[in-house]
Design a protein around this ligand. Structure first.
Ligand code: GAP
Length: 437
């Protein structure tokens, strides 16, 4: 089973490279460990995942707004947040083979899992990338690449509150890059040093935190069901005292069963008033909130939902991947939700004559302003279907001899492989219903 899972991951990684989803970064220079680039299809998929999250977390919520804060921020923010002091992992080195490990992920902290050699004592290693602002490279010019997007939200909490008509409870959402100098990176894009987060911080009255924590836990797992992730592959994992981050009173991971085991996909955290209280203390600004209804003044508690874009992308690919043994060959298919599929429809003229390519082009021009569609004119139609199945295209439209008579085309459904005849003029609405329905 372990081998089968490894093989499946190898096939997926190879598909991602071959079809232009994900490439190793700086590849022509030998690559840069654990950094990846997204190719044409990966870029579309990533964009669609972020749009899906934004619709769910911002557009559909009456009391959540968006933000796009800078990656570089005052270094005082990371002192206040506790990251300078506590955002560390325990690092051990093997004295024999020199490999490095995260001590908390090892079964035994005495023996190297690679060569059986002796390990050094664990020392705390800060995960933040440091750089310098301006031409002078000394300690007074240090700035950090943000390790989470959350702090950009906390330090803009007053700006958002003062520039909107929001009242507690309300949320601020943000999608953006984060950087962590991870000791160990693993499993393709699962844990990388540069990645993107989709985070939402929900500001609530102190005594309503438990209720909102339960609300967001339920909401976030429901979101993954709507993303077509198989429910049996999802579960909650509650953090025990040893796992809790320095800021959290309670935390649940939403885990997915990857081929390499159950792993965190998203965290839902009760951060209490830790962050705003610390920023109030370090900045000297009053971050309290006055509630008109109850006539109370308080520092809001924060319920956080924090998901990785890249990890979600890996999850949807793993979950969607299927190999079907057919009579003559193996069909590789990605059962991606139509809303996030990089290409929504393939358009094929059955043959390259009798005016069929021209009609296919007209269909391309009809649909392409609304969705990414792809025209494929060469090769046997069966092979053209396979090429689209492998990249998760949910529908394939074929122009055939009947099209010439009555202006209808066939639409073949990726998952059922059933074909339906539809008038060319109804194609746009047909797809709209399927993709957004
Ligand atoms: N603001 C809270 C926070 O950052 P986290 O549990 O450290 O919490 C949240 O990270 C999510 O960010 C994770 O569930 C994961 O999806 C993603 N993530 C964290 N580190 C990552 C890494 N090195 N590579 C890819 N994704 C990562």
């Amino acid at each position: 089973m372990a081998n089968q899972n490894e093989e499946m991951m190898e096939k997926l990684v190879s598909l991602c490279k071959r079809r232009g989803f994900i490439f190793p970064s700086s590849e022509i220079y030998g690559g840069l460990t654990s950094i990846y680039d997204y190719g044409p299809l990966g870029t579309e998929l990533k964009k669609n995942i972020k749009a899906f999250w934004w619709r769910w977390m911002v557009q559909k919520q009456a009391n959540i707004v968006g933000l796009d804060s800078a990656i570089l921020m005052s270094p005082r923010i990371w002192e206040a947040s506790g990251h300078v002091e506590s955002f560390t992992d325990p690092l051990v080195d093997c004295k024999k083979c020199k490999q490095r490990f995260r001590a908390d992920l090892l079964e035994s902290v005495a023996v190297c899992p690679n060569c059986g050699g002796e390990l050094t004592q664990a020392r705390q290693f800060n995960l933040m990338f440091k750089t310098f602002m301006g031409p002078v490279e000394d300690t007074s010019h240090v700035v950090y690449l943000r390790p989470e997007t959350a702090q950009g939200i906390y330090v803009n909490y007053l700006n958002v509150l003062n520039s909107s008509r929001l009242k507690v409870p309300f949320g601020i959402a943000q999608i953006g890059k984060a950087f962590r100098n991870e000791i160990t990176t693993e499993n393709f894009i699962f844990r990388t040093r540069e990645f993107e987060q989709m985070e939402m911080q929900f500001f609530v009255q102190p005594n309503s935190d438990q209720e909102w924590f339960e609300h967001w836990k339920a909401n976030r797992i429901d979101y993954y069901y709507h993303l077509n992730i198989r429910p049996e592959k999802l579960r909650f994992h509650e953090h025990d005292k040893n796992e809790l981050a320095h800021y959290a009173k309670a935390a649940y991971d939403i885990q997915y069963e990857f081929p390499f085991g159950w792993k965190e996909l998203e965290g839902v955290h009760n951060r209490t008033d830790f962050d705003l209280r610390r920023h109030q203390e370090f900045s000297g600004k009053d971050l309290t909130y006055f509630d008109d209804a109850t006539r109370e003044r308080f520092i809001p508690y924060i319920i956080e939902t924090s998901a990785g874009v890249d990890r979600t992308l890996l999850t949807v690919l793993v979950d969607a991947y299927e190999e079907q043994e057919l009579e003559k060959d193996t069909r590789v298919v990605l059962h991606l939700a139509p809303s996030i599929a990089p290409i929504k429809a393939g358009i094929f003229p059955l043959v390259k004559k009798d005016g069929m390519p021209e009609i296919a082009e007209k269909i391309f021009n009809l649909l392409s302003p609304h969705y990414p569609v792809y025209m494929d004119v060469s090769g046997a139609v069966g092979r053209r279907y396979r090429r689209q199945d492998e990249i998760g295209t949910p529908y394939c439209i074929t122009v055939d001899s009947e099209t010439l008579e009555n202006e209808t085309v066939t639409i073949r459904d990726r998952d059922s492989m059933e074909q339906t005849r539809v008038k060319i003029e109804s194609l746009r609405l047909f797809l709209l219903d399927k993709i957004e329905g």
